[in-house]
Design a protein around this ligand. Structure first.
Ligand code: NDP
Length: 329
């Protein structure tokens, strides 16, 4: 079968691509430029099952018209996840929402054979972000970030990003209810995603979530920063969740909180110093007075029951990512 994978030059999609090819799917990867497409082709020399389609802006009208033709499945992972933005509407909200509705309409109009669409949503679409640490609360797939459009326009870039994921996923479920397409939808909702990188990055272009670990290693922090979100997951678990959802009918029209559990940056700093003693002096050790001691948790039971995910440990994930990043120090 043929899978269209959007945002294939990204951190999470890089791993989705690898697993799809491992399982012998034919993959059409969307990227924003020929250079990014050629980079992917060079990662898999001689693999004829991989081709790419250039989609410079997922939010543009009919962006996916050509890319969807003939595919059986779609994994929609592209969405802006950059926090150094000046306009949340044009840089986060519109591309996230229009990219999602755009690919769904494209599938309905130009690819009626598509059976299933997996969307990389986020814990950001579940979390009641303005409740912050929300001690004692347990999040699961039944819950939604309640941020309104007006609130999203007035908040900081992080919260606007969270709203972009909420609005995009809601738009997908609204589409399903109203348009009654031939395909099913599954949303994968990971919290902060960490782990080794297959995509093309350097210290300046590193993706937002891995940059949290990079900043603990590069000597830029004197005290341990506040943990940005209290749940985490390894990128390999997230990527495989997309594939398992694609292959398992139990996942049709479901959403999954794909989370390994709670974590904190203090633990990460300890793991870094234990495995990489040469980082002494660079990794912050001074505790942060503002770090929460009590906070929400997440229920990942559904992801284990339906998808059979075996979650990778934080220590392993930090090791595997830091082993790569250490060459940049
Ligand atoms: P990356 O920034 O590495 O990947 C995002 C991808 O989307 C890139 O390939 C990027 O292309 C592409 N993209 C962004 N905006 C556009 C646009 N307007 N038009 C075309 N392509 C675009 O981040 P991640 O891999 O972390 O994110 C992948 C998905 O996972 C996103 O949907 C994100 O919201 C979601 N997610 C990520 C989490 C995390 O902690 N990393 C947590 C939960 C969800 P380019 O690089 O060329 O700009």
């Amino acid at each position: 079968p043929t899978v269209l994978l959007t945002g294939a030059s990204g951190f999470i999609a890089g791993w989705i691509l690898r697993y799809l090819l491992d399982r012998e799917y034919t993959v059409i990867a969307t990227v924003r430029s020929n250079e990014k497409g050629e980079y992917l082709k060079a990662l898999y020399p001689g693999v004829s099952k991989l081709s790419y389609s250039v989609v410079p802006d997922i939010g543009a009208p009919d962006a996916f018209k050509d890319a969807v033709v003939g595919v059986d499945y779609i994994i929609h992972s592209a969405s802006p996840f950059r926090l150094n933005i000046s306009n949340p509407v044009t840089e986060l909200l519109e591309p996230a929402i229009n990219g999602t509705t755009g690919i769904l309409y494209a599938a309905k109009l130009y690819a009626p054979q598509v059976k299933k669409i997996i969307i990389t949503s986020s814990f950001a679409a579940i979390q009641h972000v303005s409740k912050r640490d929300y001690p004692g609360h347990v999040y699961d797939e039944t819950q939604w970030n309640p941020c309104t459009w007006e609130e999203a326009l007035a908040c900081n870039a992080h919260d606007a990003y969270c709203a972009s994921k909420e609005f995009a996923e809601k738009a997908a479920w609204d589409f399903l209810a109203k348009e009654k397409p031939n395909f099913t939808i599954t949303a994968i909702n990971p919290p902060i995603v960490l782990g080794p990188m297959l995509h093309e990055v350097n210290a300046a272009t590193i993706n937002t979530s891995c940059s949290v670990i990079w900043r603990l290693m590069n000597g830029s922090q004197k005290i341990v920063p506040v943990t940005p979100v209290h749940l985490w997951v390894d990128v390999r678990n997230v990527a495989m969740a997309h594939i398992l959802a694609l292959e398992n009918p139990a996942a049709d029209n479901q959403r999954y909180l794909v989370s390994a559990g709670s974590w904190g940056l203090e633990d990460v700093c300890q793991y870094l110093l234990k495995s990489f003693p040469e980082l002494k002096g660079k990794v912050p050790t001074a505790k942060n007075e503002l770090e929460a001691t009590e906070y929400y948790s997440g229920d990942n039971t559904k992801s284990i029951k339906d998808l059979g995910i075996e979650y990778i440990s934080l220590e392993q994930t930090v090791y595997d990512l830091a082993k790569q990043l250490i060459s940049w120090v």
